[in-house]
Design a protein. Structure first.
Length: 198
């Protein structure tokens, strides 16, 4: 499984993202000085795409596939649909429910077959959940120390409005498909659409 293993805080600095969006509490003390440098239109578009890919932990090919899927959807704009599809990925939903500290950890939890969707084991991080799906951590994994540690860290985190989480039983429900206003990711998706439309 290919994934980006580079230094996270350094990447956050270069893309101008707060580490909190990735689920990391650390603050970077160094400032990334790009003062005086004029960024081209293409540079801005590319940066927005890299931001979205980095936040959701998606590589180029699956990201491109998501874009193509979003283009075919009959409702909403392509950019909004793409953000909604990224938000509905199983690994992201596990992170949003507070069952993982970071999206990387959420991806690992899914890979290790700890996650049940409607009672069936799903180990595909890019699996798209639907409204009404019940997501839970398997009985065997629930009792491990890992989830006690995770809940200590994520207990105070607010769960997205389109999800319902029962942290004691490690289960959650997708109440509805989110709209763009409910997705608090600092990405201008219109620039990504412009980039891919060239």
């Amino acid at each position: 499984m290919a994934r980006d293993m580079g230094p996270v805080l350094k990447k956050c600095r270069s893309l101008g993202i707060e580490p909190a969006f990735i689920g990391i509490d650390k603050k970077s003390n160094r400032n990334f000085a790009r003062a005086g440098k004029k960024v081209s239109e293409y540079g801005l578009q590319l940066r927005e795409k890299q931001k979205a890919k980095f936040i959701y932990g998606v590589l180029e090919k699956p990201f491109r596939n998501n874009f193509e899927k979003a283009k075919k959807l009959k409702y909403g704009t392509t950019g909004e649909n793409m953000m909604i599809l990224l938000e509905l990925r199983l690994d992201n939903v596990i992170f949003r429910l507070g069952f993982a500290r970071t999206r990387r950890e959420a991806r690992q939890i899914v890979d290790h077959k700890h996650v049940l969707v409607n009672g069936k084991c799903v180990n595909i991080p890019s699996y798209i959940v639907k409204a009404g799906d019940v997501i839970s951590i398997s009985e065997k994994a629930k009792s491990t120390q890992r989830y006690k540690d995770v809940l200590e860290v994520t207990g105070g985190r607010t769960v997205a409005a389109w999800l319902e989480a029962d942290q004691e039983n490690l289960t959650g429900t997708v109440k509805e498909i989110p709209n763009r206003e409910q997705i608090d990711v600092p990405v201008n998706e219109m620039l990504i659409v412009e980039l891919y439309s060239k």
